[in-house]
Design a binder for this molecule. Structure first.
Ligand SMILES: Cc1ncc(COP(=O)(O)O)c(C=O)c1O
Length: 373
């Protein structure tokens, strides 16, 4: 296989061998559906899923009943809108939803789509001069969508403090944390954060595509958004049924079983990497900041390195560096609002994972130096 330097971890992680082995082992040796069968094979799968749910719960500081398996962050963020829509809540039918310019399209567009149908109103929470959520200007709102780490700027937001302040304005507020990037670089403790919902994707922490996590602080407060097998306890009559307790209540249909099997190894590999990672981003920041045509958009301590090159379109840059066997992300990163704020159409993003070495970083820096001289 052709060797490439893959520095696009923030888009999706390369899969480590233990993750691949967990999935292959399940497919080859112990496959069955979960929550449906009573034979030994099926009950072993149930047990495995329950164990994995506990591992995930521990990973973010909560209990298994608060962990719902989804198909990814986008799936969860859209589902949260439906869950809230399906639940009669105190504000009637037109909540005020706060968003920010740090948001990924998947965090904010579901609410904007609702607003365009007159079903909520949107307020944009200001950013401070460093492009962090401005804790001095937290708006009063019913629902707050908080991007814990922008996929362009790579800075951890002070989620705990943001939520604490937002709650002083409205004790009944619902807070939704998009932790898709944050979870890779910072410890998530949902109890400390005090959020109502939090979500992230398996594939960005080294597990497979097609699985994600949705944390719900108070699963009994809300109605489910999906109906089908596994979520119903008893069907009583026409339109009359009782649903199961959480998490089953929120998990209608067959789960992404194979992808779930990869989660424990992914969490282990991620935790090992977090303990011993060498700061390649800082090194590349120092090197690239000496190149006059490069304008860096991120801070040296950020989790990613984003930049633009004078007189070169980011897509041209992406194709040119791709031809030199380097894989970076270029474009608007599904985060249009922060690019508008930064006054650029798009950017080039370097992000690293455990497979990247200092030699990779030197090769990338030298290649960029030659390309933009
Ligand atoms: C901050 C953030 N939120 C949400 C998403 C969407 O994640 P997914 O495509 O895995 O659903 C991404 C993906 O890049 C992201 O970076």
């Amino acid at each position: 296989m052709k060797k490439i330097v893959y520095m696009d971890a923030a888009a999706s992680w390369l899969k480590q061998q233990p993750v691949i082995e967990s999935e292959v082992d399940f497919l080859a040796n112990s496959y069955a559906n979960s929550g449906r069968g009573v034979c030994e094979r099926a009950t072993l799968v149930d047990k495995k899923i329950a164990d994995i749910r506990n591992i995930v719960a521990d990973f973010i500081g909560t209990n298994a009943a608060n962990i719902v398996f989804t198909f990814g962050t986008t799936d969860a963020l859209n589902r949260i809108v439906s869950i809230i829509k399906n639940t009669p809540l105190a504000w009637g039918n037109k909540p005020v939803v706060a968003v920010s310019d740090l948001d990924h399209h998947s965090a904010r567009l579901p609410w904007e789509a609702l607003a365009s149908r007159g079903m909520c109103s949107i307020t944009v929470c200001p950013l401070d001069k460093d492009f962090n959520i401005d804790i001095n200007q937290i708006p009063k709102c019913d629902i707050f969508v908080i991007t814990a780490m922008s996929n362009v700027l790579g800075l951890a937001q002070d989620v705990e403090n943001i939520i604490r302040i937002a709650r002083t304005h409205n004790p009944n507020i619902i807070t939704i944390v998009d932790a898709a990037q944050y979870v890779v670089h910072s410890k998530v403790d949902v109890a400390k954060m005090g959020c109502d919902f939090l979500c992230f994707s398996g594939h960005k922490i080294g597990a497979d595509t097609g699985v994600g996590i949705m944390y719900i602080r108070n699963p009994d407060r809300f109605n489910p958004d999906k109906f089908g097998g596994g979520m119903v306890n008893r069907v009583l009559g026409l339109g009359d049924f009782i649903w199961n307790q959480s998490p089953d209540k929120y998990e209608a249909g067959t789960l992404p079983l194979t992808q779930i099997m990869g989660l424990p190894s992914a969490i282990k590999c991620l935790s090992d990497w977090q303990k011993k990672k060498i700061n390649l981003i800082h090194f590349m920041y120092d090197e690239l900041s000496n190149i006059p045509k490069i304008k860096i958009l991120t801070r040296p301590d950020a989790a990613v390195l984003s930049f633009v090159v004078q007189d070169m379109h980011v897509l041209d840059f992406g194709v040119m560096i791709g031809a030199r066997d380097i894989c970076l992300r270029v474009g608007n990163m599904c985060a249009s609002w922060i690019h508008k704020k930064l006054n650029v159409d798009g950017s080039i993003r370097i992000s690293v994972g455990p497979w990247n070495t200092m030699d990779d970083a030197k090769y990338v820096v030298e290649t960029i130096r030659k390309m933009v001289k």
